[in-house]
Design a protein around this ligand. Structure first.
Ligand code: 5GP
Length: 144
């Protein structure tokens, strides 16, 4: 899918938002839902997505929603830092398939980094153990 196009309500994150698919939930408020990435690039890889939004990417999100969304990203990133004590954190997102985007509901990646540890490849690693993700989600949630 290119940078242009229509929002597809059958995308996996829309299903998670509607409760049709499970997730290891970390945090939720009026603006965002945060949950563990099932193909994590590092231990603690967390996703933050806007609720009540049909933005496929950052360019499409309404300016009015950005404040709540970015506050959610910072809240969760601070909790990831507090819970897992990484040496660094990558906060990123991709716009369009050509940029590497694979799920077309706007989302931010929070990827903890540790010195000397390489991270996995984007959207092409192995699936994490659901039980381990639930434990990690609870550890991060406890720091919010
Ligand atoms: P993108 O490639 O669009 O920037 O990122 C999509 C992310 O969603 C990838 O990191 C991928 O691992 C993750 N992902 C794909 N399917 C699922 C899923 O069913 N559940 C969760 N929690 N993450 C998913």
């Amino acid at each position: 899918m290119s940078l242009q196009g229509q929002y597809d309500p059958s995308n996996i994150f829309a299903k998670i938002l509607r409760g049709e698919m499970p997730c290891a939930k970390v945090y939720e408020d009026d603006h965002v839902l945060a949950f563990m990435d099932v193909f994590p690039q590092s231990r603690g890889h967390t996703l933050v997505i806007p609720k009540s939004s049909e933005a496929r990417n950052f360019l499409e999100e309404s300016p009015e929603r950005l404040g709540g969304l970015m506050l959610g990203v910072q809240t969760v990133a601070r909790a990831v830092r507090a819970a897992l004590e990484p040496d660094g954190l990558v906060i990123t997102q991709f716009n369009g398939a050509a940029a590497g985007q694979t799920v077309f509901h706007l989302h931010f990646h929070i990827i903890p980094r540790w010195e000397g540890q390489a991270i996995g490849r984007h959207a092409s690693g192995g699936m994490a153990d659901p039980g381990e993700l639930r434990v990690l989600a609870a550890e991060i949630a406890a720091r919010i």
